[in-house]
Design a protein around this ligand. Structure first.
Ligand SMILES: *Cc1c(COP(=O)(O)O)cnc(C)c1O
Length: 405
């Protein structure tokens, strides 16, 4: 191999690999040095051998050719190829944050006059894009109760271009019947966009269930250790190359190569971390059922969840987040948060460190009291993101803090 050429697996290599192997090897490209760990190509631009080579690259980019890091970069491309292999998607475009991915996916496909149907239970910034931004540009948005298939059916129209949803949702862990919603959406020709952050890339194969476009905030489980912001849009080659990429490369939402490298290394341990975190979350949620200080201890794969049967069909594991509804409202919730010793107060999730937040006064403060009530975000609701600490230490921390309420 020449000393400047990079090597990458032959096309199709790894397609027979199981998910954990893909998470470690897919998408790797080695430089002439033959490095074991993926290199960080911390470069904005790329040098051409001749003027005509530059001209040719602007006509058409080959598989391993780059022109500017806002359009693509070898480290970023490794991350895109690896997450696409894990998700079973044809292609991916990495973005600066999860919100750049949500905004990019929606704005790249919609225009004034289009109609969108979205579930109401969304991450706060996603709700802002749908409610405040898209509507400002003449897109009509209808919100539905995501758990109610009849509301989806009634809202979908022949001019519906896109359907947007999170399952499970933030912070109330509501489950959408993904297969049914995809079938109804496809019957009117709409593109289904799923924000799959809470279910992680490994517990819910949404493309298999019919989703057309999948979005992750890589900031969460993909980094998994609370360091870098990032996001990714996954879909067909056609959607990514012809719709999402032109919008993103010209509007500047690209992922930094350094962050892409952190995310690549994060993918190598994704299965180990998420499975350990989901094990702890299930154990803790189960132990907290019927606790005297709680109205509810919600977790998708615990029987008390109102959509337990659906969650069990759609998800191999329940994810890493629990929602606890404390008796005694805000005062009780604040005492609980303040009494925790290991679990720290922070409005993030998917971190190795366990985190707790009070949605009504933080991430969902912007909503009216009525909107929060509709979404089930009570004053006593706290969201707990379970990390990698010892399960028993976390359970004891929660039990002691509940006793202090
Ligand atoms: C965090 C999050 C986002 C936004 O991701 P950022 O990386 O913070 O921009 C979008 N959707 C969901 C469900 C999230 O949890």
């Amino acid at each position: 191999m020449s000393d400047t050429e990079s090597s990458k697996p032959a096309a199709g290599a790894g397609s027979a690999w199981r998910p954990r192997t893909r998470a470690v090897h897919s998408g790797s490209r080695r430089s002439g040095y033959g490095e074991t760990s993926e290199a960080i190509f911390l470069t904005q631009g790329f040098v051409y051998d001749s003027a005509s080579q530059a001209e040719q690259r602007f006509v058409e980019l080959g598989d391993d050719e780059f022109i500017y890091a806002r359009y693509g970069n070898p480290t970023t491309r490794m991350f895109e190829d690896r997450i696409a292999a894990i998700e079973g998607a044809e292609a991916a475009f990495a973005t600066a944050s999860g919100m750049a991915a949500v905004n990019g996916a929606l704005c790249s496909m919609l225009k004034a006059g289009d109609h969108v149907v979205s579930s109401r239970a969304l991450f706060g910034s996603c709700l802002y894009i749908l409610e405040e931004i898209l509507t400002r540009y003449g897109v009509e948005v209808t919100f539905v109760d995501g758990a109610d298939n009849e509301q989806w059916r009634a809202a979908l129209r022949p001019d519906t271009r896109a359907v947007f949803l999170e399952t499970v949702s933030n912070p109330t862990l509501e489950v959408v019947d993904l297969r049914a919603v995809c079938d109804m959406a496809h019957a009117v020709g709409a593109t289904v966009v799923v924000d799959n952050v809470f279910a992680t890339p490994i517990f819910q194969p949404v493309i298999e269930m019919g989703a057309d476009v999948v979005i992750y905030s890589a900031t969460k489980h993909i980094d998994g250790q609370g360091r870098c912001l990032g996001g990714v849009i996954l879909g067909t080659e056609e959607f990514i190359r012809k719709t999402a990429e032109p919008y993103l490369k010209h509007t500047g939402g690209a992922m930094s190569p350094f962050n892409a490298w952190v995310m690549l290394k994060g993918l190598e341990t994704l299965h180990l971390r998420c499975n350990a975190q989901a094990d702890s979350a299930l154990t803790i949620a189960t132990a907290l059922q019927g606790h005297e200080k709680l109205n509810k201890a919600l977790y998708p794969l615990v029987e008390s969840h109102p959509q337990f049967d659906l969650a069990r069909q759609q998800m191999s594991r329940g994810g890493t987040v629990l929602a606890l509804d404390l008796k005694g409202g805000k005062e009780a919730a604040f005492r609980f948060l303040d009494a925790l010793e290991i679990i720290i107060i922070s409005n993030n999730l998917g971190d190795a460190k366990s985190l707790v937040t009070h949605p009504a006064t933080t991430t969902h403060q912007r909503l009216s009291e009525e909107q929060r009530a509709t979404l089930g975000i009570t004053d006593g609701l706290v969201r707990v993101s379970i990390g990698l600490e010892d399960t028993d230490d976390l359970l004891e921390d929660i039990q002691a803090a509940l006793a202090a309420v």
